[in-house]
Design a protein around this ligand. Structure first.
Ligand code: AMP
Length: 457
């Protein structure tokens, strides 16, 4: 098994890793680091939670350590683009942690806070700049930054950039980069537009792929509770009381919904905070810090705000609303399976969300045991054989590219395993997991038997 010491990383980096307690590279790190150290471009299919930040941060730091040059004013040597403020902040923290025994300057450029301190930090030039696309364009427009000295460019969470409407901003930024550079491209999924962008951006890239999105789902104990919309608030309070919860991350589809859930929880005597795009950066930071420190047990978030939240010890994810983009379900429940940990994900599904549930089950290629609010097993099969177009569908549409496709990693075949055989395997291990859970959780004690369904095709 590869160790970090086998990879040829500079001594100050190895020292920082050893202080962090990292011994073995994760699979994405073991595959990516040698390629990047050799100077190649890389396209990596990996999601948050696989160790992908260190997969690019460590070789970047190594190359900076090997090649010290004076910094030019208002430039950076490494540019990392990430879709959200939270994720950008975490990437900066990672560079600082792994580079703590090196002299390396790291700057953060995100929206929602004043641009002036960011511009002044860039005035003498920095080694590494981590930015969200909008703020980066503002800095370029105000001549606080130029990109002609970029040696390494990282585009992180490219599929999320597309979802968030950043794709044109990214094209503009790429057009300003020097042609001679090393480029890294990370994405959890590869819809066609993202594949096209990667082809434009990279030069003969090495392809690395780990942990197809579906397998994250396999580490998490998942349940669905079929509930009327009006009953969701009482059900959430019930779960927070009954479950052995360390930290619960509750997802809603809208910002307004997140605030409403927090108000209802506070009225019922729970400590909870919301984190979403209408909150200021300070409010978000404070809520996250309180959640991390255990001062609040419940954080209510929207998908975009939660992107990149890296909090260890999230024991439960509750999907108060099911997401209309099935990949978001996998990202959400992945918050409770950080760095190999296991967790519990409970999803509320009302009548209008059944179609979303079917899309999710198709994507993760497993059926999720369902009960009613009393814990009685329920079937979630469509009730009649009507054509799909006439079955209940929630009102909002979903972007075309989010439809699960055969080509996404989540749908990629598993060598030699037929889908049906895989499903049967999953059902066996799901049953075992359910038995284990019943022993550990009072809430699960109510689930007498669990109905397993074939996902409809
Ligand atoms: P990421 O996918 O970059 O968000 O990383 C997920 C989590 O795994 C972070 O909390 C990292 O600190 C942690 N991590 C990354 N690489 C390793 C490693 N090789 N050994 C132990 N923990 C790691």
């Amino acid at each position: 098994m590869t160790q970090f010491t086998d990879l040829g990383l500079a001594e100050p980096i190895l020292r920082a890793l050893s202080e962090e307690g990292y011994v073995q590279p994760t699979p994405i790190q073991a595959q990516t680091i040698p390629q990047l150290l050799a100077g190649r471009d890389v396209v990596g299919i990996a999601q948050t939670g696989t160790g992908k930040t260190a997969a690019f941060a460590l070789p970047i730091l190594h190359r900076l350590a090997q090649n010290r040059v004076g910094l030019e004013r208002r430039t950076c040597r490494v540019l990392v683009l990430s879709p959200t403020r939270e994720l950008s902040g975490q990437i900066v923290d990672s560079f600082k942690t792994y580079g703590r025994h090196m002299r390396v300057s790291v700057a953060l450029a995100i929206g929602g806070v004043s641009i002036r301190p960011q511009a002044s930090k860039l005035s003498n030039g920095v080694d590494i700049l981590v930015a969200t696309p909008g703020r980066l364009l503002d800095l370029l427009a105000s001549h606080a930054l130029q990109l002609h000295r970029v040696e390494t460019f990282v585009l992180d969470e490219a599929d999320r950039m597309l979802d968030m409407g950043f794709i044109n901003d990214i094209r503009k930024i790429i057009a300003k980069l020097p042609a001679k550079r090393q480029s890294l491209f990370f994405s959890a999924t590869m819809p066609r537009e993202i594949e096209d962008l990667s082809r434009q951006m990279l030069r003969d890239p090495a392809r690395v792929a780990v942990t197809p999105v579906a397998t994250t789902a396999e580490k998490v104990d998942q349940r669905v509770v079929l509930v009327e919309r009006a009953g969701k608030s009482a059900l959430l309070a019930d779960i927070l009381r009954r479950e052995p919860i360390d930290r619960a991350l509750v997802f809603t589809r809208t910002k307004h919904g997140a605030d409403k859930v927090v108000r209802q929880l506070v009225q019922k005597g729970f400590s909870a905070e919301a984190i979403h795009g209408n909150k200021s950066q300070n409010q978000r930071d404070r809520a996250l810090a309180a959640f991390r420190a255990g001062r609040i047990k419940t954080l209510v978030a929207t998908d975009i705000a939660a992107r990149g939240i890296d909090v260890e010890g999230v024991s439960h994810v509750v999907n108060y609303d099911l997401p209309n983009v099935p990949e978001s379900y996998v990202h959400r429940i992945g918050r409770t399976a950080r760095a190999g940990a296991e967790g519990i994900a409970i999803s509320f599904c009302d009548g209008e969300e059944r179609a979303y549930l079917r899309d999710i089950e198709r994507l993760i290629r497993m059926s999720i045991p369902a009960t009613d609010v009393r814990g009685e097993p329920q079937s979630t099969e469509p009730q009649s054989q009507q054509p799909r177009s006439q079955q209940a569908r929630p009102p909002q549409g979903r972007p075309q590219h989010a439809r699960p496709k055969q080509s996404t990693p989540a749908r990629a075949g598993r060598g030699g395993h037929s889908r049906k055989a895989h499903r049967n395997d999953r059902q066996g291990s799901d049953r075992q997991k359910t038995r284990d859970r019943r022993a550990n959780s009072s809430y699960n004690g109510e689930i007498a038997t669990v109905a397993f369904m074939q996902p409809s095709n």
